[in-house]
Design a protein around this ligand. Structure first.
Ligand SMILES: *Cc1c(COP(=O)(O)O)cnc(C)c1O
Length: 873
């Protein structure tokens, strides 16, 4: 690993303390408690005042204090120790290296593209779950030793900061960040000049960006920044904000992230002497243009379009994150044409297209959907990636149905979209108390790396004594109450309240009261205000004499979404009332630091989305890692891992089409659960004041959900099920077809096969299906022989798969849970027909139906459904 280049000298550090700078700019400090404690020691008050930001701390700490520390032997030796640990962390073989040494065929590099990254609050480059997930992906990839490089945009104002007006309306502020004050370094080339990425714009302009590098443990995160004097004025603002602007602004951002992102990776790997990544991962469709740029590169090196596409597809992974239409970017086709068409004339002649050599109609075809005037980024992602996934088992199923139209002729469950359930980065989200206890339970040395230690840590927490579990939970709740009071005070002051009016805040919220959290972005489907469906009933729950509940609510609404802001206002107005304001609060400016306090301290984590629109949801996982109990509609991850004892399910009324009635039913079920199950259990204490049955659920949650909800589990799943197979596919496609042949021969063969299959397919016919030996009353296990004659329209018998599909027939004459049996080519028949046959036992008793179908077959296809071609008898 190369030494990090210095970027700005923020403070003149004494010789013996220079290593502090390295510690401050590698974001690993954000999930390493000993490093945080070391920074806190420098100046505890300042540390709090600067929001636990090492770079700012070093910029502001007094030189006198630094000189003092430089002669403090115990501080210097702690510093040396921690630097040594960082070096060890960055260089030691981890899980990935162990898997490679054990013979797994793994990629030599993975490029990970996302429009947002939530790594730490000091680098606010995210709006919500998608960004936090990307940040957790990087941290776990680092912990596991993956050779991953991440790419996104550097937003000058990030997402907005939220505050409230006096009457509870959301206000947005966009404080500009100064990259010089952030843990970033500028990417420079061999001569020390900043690397500039260039994109041709339709009016013959150039969109340029410099590249910031954030170091996330082992993982470099490249962030493109258009705010430079080399750009025309209006292009400087391309990376001004996340989710700001109109579609014209948005498409420029996505072109820069996708196409510019690939160019940034090329520059970076070249400068750093790293291998070029084999696998490209699109975290949602926004960065999909990366695939088109890679096609351009391959065309530039002599391949034809279709061969280039085969290579790109083999090595691209696409993750879809939402079934909500508004979450999928769709641009006007005309707009995409304008950016990719090129050829405008200006005074100096015709300017070049954005991607020379890539035919415009082929680009447009990637984004085709039902509406011919729209270019759909998710469809492009699916067409450019041989492997795709949703982010929970349920979301996988929902996505297969949602995108079924891209694989016509197949049942939804055959659509080649799998799923990997999201996870969360434990060292970031679990309270240090839990990590500490787990460490103690381990006794001696920790095993190498989180792949081994993390799942075990949570399992071992089952051995913790109930008294200790309760003690930790109570401690965390008390910390939260303190934090809530401080935030409430700030918020009321911002809203114009005088200090004299705020005396009540000192006793608002109670460290001994059952604490429920609800915090997330505010799109409609998350239903922020379901809890207010029956305000009197909620009020009774909050104020109950014996079983009171306190509720903390937070979340940002998209700046353009007045509907969302009205929902926030509704909650604020309810919570402002003196009768309840000590038991319910809306806290403005939900971000990572507030989130952490909430996950640590809340006893119950509430989630009530409109099923099945929550693709996964990760906040409940973070709560579970802290012994929080989920109270949730069975959507996303909770549909998969709720087991009856790790929390509660709010029964969904998702068959009810009247939305108002659906809300009534689900809200009533929520109140019932709180009143009859949740609160009584929390307040049911033994002689030591411990709620034994509650603690039992906490213990069970830590033990059972802990190992599953980890981002290290997620990243291992991606590696084994997606990255490794993609790298293997890539290596096979770039090979020559026969020894001594040209490189990419196999890709070319696949591309030619795809063309031939597409041409032949409309003419393929199954002319006869013959079943013999089927007894009159078939029994389970009796055999039948099926024979089919097929017109292959020019394809060879080994270029197709012919299948018998058998199953029980239901009342509607449809096959239920059919099984497919491959039929063998047994000869030819008159009229150019090929004969296929199989003998198979009947899979089920009762009325059985069957059919025969023909599918493409090529060794480089990842699934039989991949090309979307099928002919049924
Ligand atoms: C985890 C997290 C989210 C995502 O929560 P969901 O449950 O997926 O809605 C959003 N914002 C922050 C700050 C988070 O930490």
């Amino acid at each position: 690993m190369k030494a990090l280049r210095r970027f700005t000298v923020r403070a003149h550090l004494p010789e013996r303390l220079v290593a502090l700078e390295r510690l401050s700019i590698n974001l690993r400090w954000s999930w390493d408690k000993p490093t945080q404690d070391l920074f806190a020691t420098i100046d505890p008050d300042l540390w709090k005042q600067v929001g636990c930001d090492p770079v700012v701390l070093l910029g502001q700490v007094s030189p006198k204090r630094l000189d003092e520390l430089a002669t403090d032997e115990s501080f210097v030796s702690r510093l040396d120790d921690i630097v040594h640990q960082l070096d060890d962390y960055l260089s030691r073989p981890l899980w990935y290296q162990e898997r490679a040494a054990a013979g797994d065929e793994l990629p030599n590099g993975i490029a990970y593209f996302s429009m947002e990254f939530g790594v730490a609050e000091v680098l606010p480059n995210y709006s919500g779950g998608l960004g936090i997930l990307a940040g957790d992906h990087l941290k776990s990839a680092s912990d596991l030793g993956l050779p991953l490089i991440a790419v996104g945009l550097y937003y000058r104002s990030g997402y907005f900061r939220q505050s409230l007006t006096a009457d509870g309306w959301q206000k947005e502020n966009y404080p500009a960040l100064d990259p010089q004050g952030l843990p970033l370094r500028l990417l420079t080339n061999h001569t020390g000049d900043p690397v500039l990425i260039d994109l041709a714009m339709p009016d013959c302009g150039q969109l340029r960006a410099r590249v910031w590098v954030a170091q996330v443990g082992r993982i470099p995160l490249l962030l493109l920044d258009s705010d430079i004097p080399e750009n025309e004025h209006d292009l400087r603002s391309v990376t001004d904000r996340l989710y700001g602007g109109d579609q014209e602004h948005r498409i420029k951002q996505e072109l820069l992230a996708g196409i510019g992102g690939v160019r940034a990776i090329r520059a970076f790997t070249e400068i750093e002497g790293l291998p070029t990544p084999e696998v490209f991962h699109m975290n949602e469709g926004h960065a999909g243009f990366l695939g088109v740029e890679r096609i351009r590169e391959l065309i530039g090196s002599g391949l034809d379009f279709d061969t280039a596409l085969a290579v790109v597809r083999s090595s691209t992974v696409f993750t879809t994150h939402t079934p909500v239409a508004a979450g999928i970017d769709r641009f006007p086709v005309e707009m995409v044409k304008r950016y990719f068409g090129g050829g405008d004339e200006n005074a100096s002649g015709v300017c070049g297209p954005l991607l020379p050599g890539v035919p415009l109609d082929r680009v447009i075809a990637f984004g085709a959907e039902d509406d011919p005037s729209k270019f759909n980024m998710a469809h492009m992602g699916l067409r450019l990636a041989q492997r795709a996934n949703g982010v929970s088992r349920l979301h996988g199923r929902v996505s297969r149905a949602l995108f079924n139209a891209l694989w016509p002729g197949f049942d939804p469950d055959e659509v080649p979209i799998g799923s990997i359930t999201n996870g969360v980065h434990a060292p970031t989200w679990a309270a240090p108390q839990w990590l500490q206890v787990a460490r103690e339970l381990y006794g001696g040395e920790l095993p190498t790396g989180p792949a081994v230690w993390e799942p075990e840590a949570w399992q071992r927490l089952q051995h913790v004594d109930p008294g200790q579990i309760w003690w930790i939970r109570s401690q965390l709740r008390e910390l939260l109450v303190k934090d809530v009071r401080a935030r409430l005070r700030r918020s009321w002051q911002e809203r114009g309240a005088a200090e004299a009016e705020l005396g009540w805040i000192a006793t608002a919220f109670d460290p001994n009261v059952l604490t429920v959290g609800f915090a997330r972005r505010v799109p409609t489907y998350k239903r922020l205000t379901l809890m207010l469906r029956d305000p009197e009933r909620l009020e009774r729950l909050l104020l109950d004499d014996k079983h009171p509940i306190q509720l903390i609510v937070a979340g940002k609404s998209h700046p353009a979404d007045d509907g969302g802001k009205a929902l926030i206002q509704q909650v604020v107005r309810f919570a402002d009332r003196p009768e309840v304001r000590h038991r319910i609060a809306f806290l403005p400016d939900y971000d990572m630091s507030m989130a952490r306090q909430l996950y640590w301290g809340c006893d119950v984590w509430l989630n009530n989305p409109l099923r099945p629109l929550e693709a996964c949801g990760t906040s409940g996982m973070k709560s579970a890692l802290n012994g929080g109990l989920n109270l949730s509609i069975r959507d996303g991850w909770w549909d998969e891992w709720y087991d009856g004892e790790n929390g509660w399910e709010i029964p969904t009324a998702d068959g009810v089409s009247d939305e108002g009635r659906r809300d009534d039913l689900e809200a009533a079920a929520l109140y019932d659960l709180l009143e009859q199950s949740v609160a009584p259990k929390f307040y049911d204490r033994d002689e030591h004041g411990i709620p034994v049955r509650w603690v039992e659920m906490v213990r069970h949650t830590l033990e059972v959900l802990g190992p599953k909800v980890l981002a290290s589990r997620m990243v291992r799943d991606y590696t084994e099920k997606y990255y490794a197979p993609a790298a293997q596919s890539l290596r096979r496609t770039v090979e020559p077809l026969e020894e001594g042949g040209a490189a990419f021969g196999a890709a070319r063969d696949l591309a030619l096969y795809r063309q031939r299959a597409q041409e032949a397919w409309p003419k393929i016919q199954i002319t006869d299906v013959d079943s013999t030996g089927l007894p009159d009353t078939p029994l389970l296990g009796s055999e039948m022989t099926l024979t089919a004659k097929v017109q292959l329209a020019g394809l060879r018998p080994d270029e197709v798969t012919v299948q018998a599909v058998l199953g029980r027939v239901d009342a509607a004459d449809a096959l239920v849970a059919p099984v497919a049996v491959t039929m063998t080519h047994v000869g030819s028949a008159d009229g150019g027909l090929e004969v296929f046959s199989t003998t198979t036992p009947l899979p089920v008793a009762g009325p059985v139906g069957y059919t025969v179908r023909v599918l493409p077959h090529h060794p480089l296809l990842a699934s039989e459904a991949e090309l979307g071609l099928v002919t049924l008898a």
